[in-house]
Design a protein around this ligand. Structure first.
Ligand SMILES: CC(=O)SCCNC(=O)CCNC(=O)[C@H](O)C(C)(C)COP(=O)(O)OP(=O)(O)OC[C@H]1O[C@@H](n2cnc3c(N)ncnc32)[C@H](O)[C@@H]1OP(=O)(O)O
Ligand SMILES: CC(C)C(=O)C(=O)O
Length: 596
């Protein structure tokens, strides 16, 4: 029988305190109004009307990758303290090509000699692969448009990208123009571009138009401009014009942008002759969400940069967008299999660090310090290993489902070693995981608890992170190395009997004396325990597990003993070249710990 879900509880309405605590404010909400001058800023929704009541984007999902366009070499570059020189530009360009970008804005050639000569280098040295199209940015000024066409002379293919401000504030403050004058400027510039294109021989050209800043421009105005410019450029399905809608400065929540994009998508003339593109900036920290909703709303192309470099808070991060798709089972159509290599090149080109918490690539994004997360991750990885073994397939092909890890770090070229790092927030699971991944030690549960406590004390004391080496040192101090061991197993021999074995062992005592011990038992460890009574040590019920150590030269074994010495349970560890010696050494380790 299927249980009927009970209705969801209705959340209590949050009172909105606007000043001193009001009588209608519930006891659990003690927030008061702040002294921040918020009334200087326009209220959301007052700038532009909500465009749609019948929006369709909320019920869409992302089923395939959009057309990716990198603007690292233009928008990214113009935001750098030290713009890229040719070497850095070349490194970035080569990286973008290797990753699979087909649409790369290579610069703003009329802006600087460096940008112009980079474009010339690409053309003269034939560095643009056949399946990649470069685009070049130009403002709506005739002399700069001319210079742009000069830069692309001799190119096989190119996109000329025309951009000018359209938003009211820019019209008034930057251009001191009316809307009509801006429209005339757009028409003049688009015609100028078309004339230059007609005069250009041997280059397959396409055009792109960006009304800046789209999100705060009156929709009817931006639609009219876009239709006019596309028509002037003879947009057709064979040679579509890219209409790029920038949130040059991000001002509203992503749902507002999605409505704006869907409205354009529905109302553009000759929709099939237009590639609808978006160019989100990240001023509100929601560029990724804006881009994703824009695709649901009808956009086909996204402009952004790797790891989000760009003006102010940056452009939308293409790595995040692509890997968001990847993590949803959609082919990102970009290769992020060596994300750290990509990051190194991007950091070299931009001379800016990628923050440790940046999605997918930051140093810490696949790392858990907290005990409960570590425990869950270790269990999740073990489950993947089991499923792979059961299916007889490599773990890398088993469907990924590990708590707290949205993707398999190995898919982006990371290892599992950094997934779990230990400090005072960590627990036994994390410690065991690190010892396992770094040293191949697979501690039994009771020992994990015991060692976990020891590590916790050390971490509390030291305050910082404990590396795998430090953890191993604590492990060795606890189980392998003893200042004055009660006994050391020097040599031994077992002789099989009718039932069980007889053990002859030579042990060295704390005072340096060597003693030969002999006893029988069901197995060597039981016989050893029995033999220890000869030197006054009562050891009962030795329980042992062992495993070979991976990646060692020759085979070595780790054995773990749980024994009762004088009525108390102790654990010990033995590591040796053969399994039997490892087991007996583990019993000796437990005895030494009992007498430590
Ligand atoms: C939204 C974007 O990201 S657009 C790209 C922005 N990128 C850059 O600015 C980087 C490169 N820029 C530059 O090298 C220079 O600013 C240049 C080459 C564009 C122009 O330099 P200058 O002629 O010295 O002008 P300056 O930068 O002082 O001012 C810009 C002028 O262009 C006008 N302008 C700005 N954008 C545009 C545009 N897209 N189309 C037409 N005119 C524009 C401004 O109104 C201003 O005009 P004014 O001098 O009549 O007041
Ligand atoms: C040129 C345009 C697309 C731009 O960079 C912006 O508006 O941010």
């Amino acid at each position: 029988m299927t249980a009927t879900p009970s209705p969801l509880p209705v959340p209590p309405r949050l009172a909105t305190p606007t000043g001193p605590r009001g009588a209608d404010q519930p006891w659990w909400n003690t927030q008061l109004g702040s002294a921040m001058p918020f009334s200087r800023y326009e209220r959301s929704g007052t700038r532009l009307p909500h465009l749609l009541t019948d929006r369709t984007w909320p019920s869409k999902s992302l089923a395939r990758a959009p057309l990716w366009a990198s603007v690292d070499l233009r928008d990214g570059n113009q935001a750098l303290r030290d713009p890229m020189d040719i070497r850095r530009k070349k490194a970035m360009f080569d990286l973008l090509v290797r990753m699979g970008f087909k649409d790369i804005e290579v610069g703003y050639p009329s802006a600087s000699h460096a940008d112009f000569s980079f474009v010339r280098t690409l053309i003269e040295q034939d560095l643009v692969p056949d399946d990649v199209t470069m685009s070049v940015f130009t403002p709506a000024r005739p002399e700069l448009i001319d210079r742009t066409f000069e830069a692309i002379d001799g190119a096989d293919r190119a996109v000329v990208h025309l951009c000018h401000a359209t938003a009211c504030l820019w019209r008034e403050v930057v251009f001191a123009m009316t809307a009509g004058e801006v429209e005339e400027m757009a028409v003049r510039a688009a015609r100028h571009v078309a004339r230059c294109a007609d005069a250009t021989k041997g280059t397959r050209l396409r055009f792109q138009y960006s009304p800046e800043t789209f999100n705060v421009t009156e929709p009817e105005f931006v639609l009219r401009l876009s239709n006019t410019v596309a028509a002037l450029w003879d947009a057709s399905p064979d040679r579509p014009v890219t209409l790029n809608l920038p949130t040059t400065v991000e001002t509203d929540s992503p749902n507002v942008f999605a409505d704006q994009v869907e409205w354009m998508h529905r109302n553009l003339d000759n929709r099939r002759s237009v590639i609808l593109s978006v160019h989100p900036h990240n001023d509100r920290g929601t560029a990724v969400a804006s881009a994703e909703l824009a695709i649901m709303a009808g956009a086909e192309r996204i402009e952004g940069t790797l790891f989000g470099n760009g003006e102010r808070t940056g452009n939308v991060c293409l790595a995040t967008l692509a890997l968001n798709l990847f993590s949803q089972g959609v082919d990102p159509q970009l290769d992020f299999s060596d994300i750290d290599g990509i990051r190194r090149t991007v950091e070299f080109a931009n001379q800016l660090p990628v923050p440790p918490r940046h999605p997918y690539v930051g140093d810490l994004v696949h790392t858990a310090f907290s005990g409960t997360h570590q425990d869950a991750i270790a269990k999740g990885l073990a489950a993947i290993g089991r499923r792979a073994a059961e299916a007889g397939t490599p773990a890398a092909t088993v469907p990924w489902n590990v708590p707290y890890l949205p993707i398999d770090p190995k898919d982006v070229g990371r290892t599992y070693e950094s997934v779990v790092r230990v400090n005072s927030q960590s627990g036994k699971g994390g410690v065991a995981h690190v010892l396992n991944t770094a040293y191949g030690l697979d501690l039994p549960r009771a020992m994990r608890v015991e060692l976990g406590r020891r590590v916790q004390r050390a971490a509390d004391h030291g305050g910082g992170e404990l590396t795998s080496r430090a953890l191993h040192a604590l492990f060795a101090e606890e189980y392998l190395e003893f200042d004055r061991p009660r006994l050391v197993l020097k040599e031994f021999r077992t002789t099989p009997g009718a039932v069980g074995v007889t053990l002859d062992a030579l042990v060295v005592l704390a005072n340096g004396e060597e003693r030969r011990l002999t006893a029988g038992g069901a197995d060597a460890a039981t016989a050893f325990a029995a033999a220890l009574t000869g030197i006054g040590i009562t050891v009962q019920r030795p329980e042992l597990t062992e495993h070979p150590l991976p990646d060692t030269v020759g085979t070595r074994f780790a054995a773990y003993a749980r024994v009762t010495v004088d009525g108390t349970v102790y654990h010990g560890v033995g590591i040796a070249d053969d399994a039997e010696r490892a087991r007996l050494t583990a019993v000796a380790s437990a005895v030494n710990r009992a007498h430590g």
